[in-house]
Design a protein around this ligand. Structure first.
Ligand SMILES: C[S@@+](CC[C@H](N)C(=O)[O-])C[C@H]1O[C@@H](n2cnc3c(N)ncnc32)[C@H](O)[C@@H]1O
Length: 317
């Protein structure tokens, strides 16, 4: 993640009231993110450098570029620039404890009784640089040994998705991961990756990534999910925007599935069929069985990784 900068308004680049209205309307209409007046300096600081790089004199010219000129790549880049990508491994640990103590044992028992397959599908919506889906992966690998596990990570930002696919983080992030998980699933970088930590192949092969705009009603993801994490993104949307997203997520929950929101987020009134079962965790009451899609195993990656060695032994630091 890029280091956080204090929002500063470039004195040479003033955003007029008219330009601010155009950008905030465009951004909310396309990706659901609301930009209140108080966030105008932040918007200006995030876009100003891009204007300079492109040699543009004012925000109106940049707006024309992403609208009238229909420069789709630049439009995607603009959304990249305005999104906040803060995340960490095992964020909101109580939700992971809830999964470990309640959900995984129940599923294990159901599988032993032949009441559910030994497979689990997970969607981490708005996954940022991947810490969330890889945390879920570590939990499931250790809690459901031998199960078929499939995790989809999606985000609006192609920049963070590239980083999530690389599965490479500064070694300081290892402090967010328990010692047993570090030893089992992470590799310590060497050579050009010195100072980094990389997800090992067993973990990486569980997770695939796809760009997806949660605000887009088409919601192009395949099948249903036993777990959906949609955390710390709804806060940027309007109440109506949140409710629409929650409804689409509920449509994607498998019977008996669980939805996890961020600690400060609510269902925004779209609570049909959901009941609160844990910390910002909701379950879908059992409904008419929906046939489970046949799971496909992705190709198994080689165990040999260039630029890494086993992270076992002392904690990465
Ligand atoms: C603060 S991060 C949350 C990351 C992770 N879920 C967590 O809780 O740690 C918010 C993420 O939402 C993404 N985002 C913002 N608007 C989005 C949208 N309309 N569709 C999909 N992702 C969006 C941003 O790109 C960013 O990566």
């Amino acid at each position: 993640m890029a280091p956080r900068r204090r929002p500063t308004t470039d004195p040479g680049l003033r955003m007029s009231d008219g330009a601010f209205r155009l950008f905030r309307t465009l951004i909310e209409a396309e990706v659901g993110i609301q930009i209140p007046e108080a966030k105008r300096p932040l918007l200006v600081s995030r876009l100003a450098r891009r204007l300079r790089d492109l040699g543009l004199d004012d925000f109106e010219a940049y707006y024309r570029r992403v609208t009238t000129d229909r420069d789709e790549a630049e439009r995607a880049r603009m959304f990249d620039l305005i999104s906040t990508n803060e995340t960490r491994f095992f964020r909101e640990p109580k939700q992971f404890e809830f999964l470990e103590r309640h959900v995984l044992p129940a599923w294990t028992e159901q599988a032993a009784q032949g009441r559910r397959p030994r497979s689990v599908r997970v969607w981490s919506a708005a996954c940022s640089t991947g810490e969330e889906p890889y945390s879920i992966g570590m939990l499931l690998l250790s809690g459901l040994p031998g199960w078929e596990i499939e995790i989809l990570g999606t985000d609006l930002s192609t920049r963070v998705l590239d980083r999530a696919r690389a599965a490479l983080w500064p070694i300081e992030k290892s402090q967010q991961i328990s010692e047993p998980c570090l030893k089992a699933y992470m590799l310590r970088g060497t050579g050009e990756h010195e100072g980094c930590m990389k997800a090992g192949p067993e973990l990486r092969r569980l997770v695939r990534f796809q760009r997806l705009n949660l605000h887009d009603a088409r919601c192009e993801v395949d099948g249903r999910f036993d777990l959906i994490f949609c955390r710390n993104v709804l806060i940027y949307f309007s109440v109506e925007g949140r409710a629409s997203v929650v409804r689409r997520l509920v449509e994607r929950l498998a019977p008996g599935g669980y939805l996890f929101l961020g600690a400060a987020e609510t269902l925004a009134g779209a609570s049909e069929g959901l009941r609160s079962v844990g910390p910002a965790a909701y379950s879908l009451a059992e409904r008419a069985a929906v046939p489970r899609r046949r799971q496909t195993l992705r190709s198994v990656l080689s165990n040999r990784e260039e630029g890494t060695r086993e992270a076992g032994g002392p904690r990465c630091s």
